[in-house]
Design a protein around this ligand. Structure first.
Ligand SMILES: [Zn+2]
Length: 275
């Protein structure tokens, strides 16, 4: 009679039981990873939106400043215009006076005055031309800024729509994951209560919330410490559940991990409730 027939476990039976527990606890880990990812995503998404809104606000402030600058220049231009009007009236009057001049002294006084006023008019015209140039480029800048603001506003509206949709879909996925998490947790507890408690304890200990990890390039996927070849072989044989000697996280070989990850991906995508 073989050992198993007498009620003893063969190596193969033991391996199957270990595998079953590893599969269950890693499936739970995959679900938890996904939940952590979602939590992060939901925290990040509104940030992009906020940045866009800040950018628009910045442009509004800039536009207000540019408009004020424009108003000031326009006022300056009007002032110059009025000033020239007055000077021209004065000039006409002086020129009239020149026709009736009686002395050469009076003539030179009038002439000097006319020269001064003519010069003032020329100066004012020159300044007005400079101001007008400034006004032109300012108007161009205002136009460009308005267009950019309009573009951003449209992007904001689009983004808001997308964001709402993503949040809605993500919430649905989160709801589903929370529901199946209960079942997967229950499954681990049924198989091995101690394993479940260890899982929860390790998960709470580490920031990345990973209690079951693979080893990549001979290093523990959780703490990056070397996993000795002997331990790697033991993990691959699946004769027992082994922790990382450094961080205590439960080790799983990549083949088994990959198999479960693919399985869980399908479950999440197709919203299959199993266990
Ligand atoms: Zn480790």
């Amino acid at each position: 009679m073989s050992e198993s027939a007498k009620g003893h476990y063969t190596v193969e039976d033991r391996r199957k039981r270990v595998e079953e527990r590893l599969k269950a606890v890693y499936a739970l880990q995959v679900v938890d990873n996904k939940l952590v990812e979602i939590e992060f995503l939901l925290g990040e998404l509104p940030l992009e939106f906020e940045n866009l809104r800040d950018e628009i606000e910045g442009l509004d402030t800039r536009l207000r400043r540019l408009e004020e600058e424009k108003r000031n220049i326009e006022q300056e231009l009007t002032k110059h215009h009025h000033k020239r009007e007055e000077l021209k009236i004065k000039l006409t009057r002086l020129e009239e006076q020149m026709k009736n001049v009686r002395s050469s002294k009076e003539f030179s006084v009038l002439q000097r005055e006319i020269e001064n006023i003519t010069l003032d008019i020329q100066l004012s015209e020159k300044e007005s031309r400079t101001l007008q140039e400034e006004l032109n480029s300012l108007e161009k800048l205002i136009e460009e800024t308005r267009r950019k603001r309009e573009e951003l506003q449209q992007r904001l509206v689009q983004k808001e729509k997308e964001l709402k949709q993503i949040i809605e879909e993500t919430r649905k996925e989160e709801e589903f994951l929370k529901k199946i998490r209960e079942r997967y947790a229950e499954r681990v507890r049924e198989l091995d209560e101690r394993l479940y408690r260890a899982y929860e304890r390790i998960r709470r200990t580490y920031l990345n919330r990973r209690a079951v990890v693979t080893f990549e390039r001979n290093a523990c996927g959780g703490c990056m410490f070397l996993v000795p070849p002997q331990r790697q072989m033991e993990v691959r044989r699946r004769e027992a559940i082994y922790p990382c000697e450094n961080c205590g996280r439960i080790l799983i070989d990549q083949d088994l991990a990959k198999e479960i990850e693919e399985h869980m991906k399908e479950i999440v995508e197709k919203r299959i409730v199993e266990v």
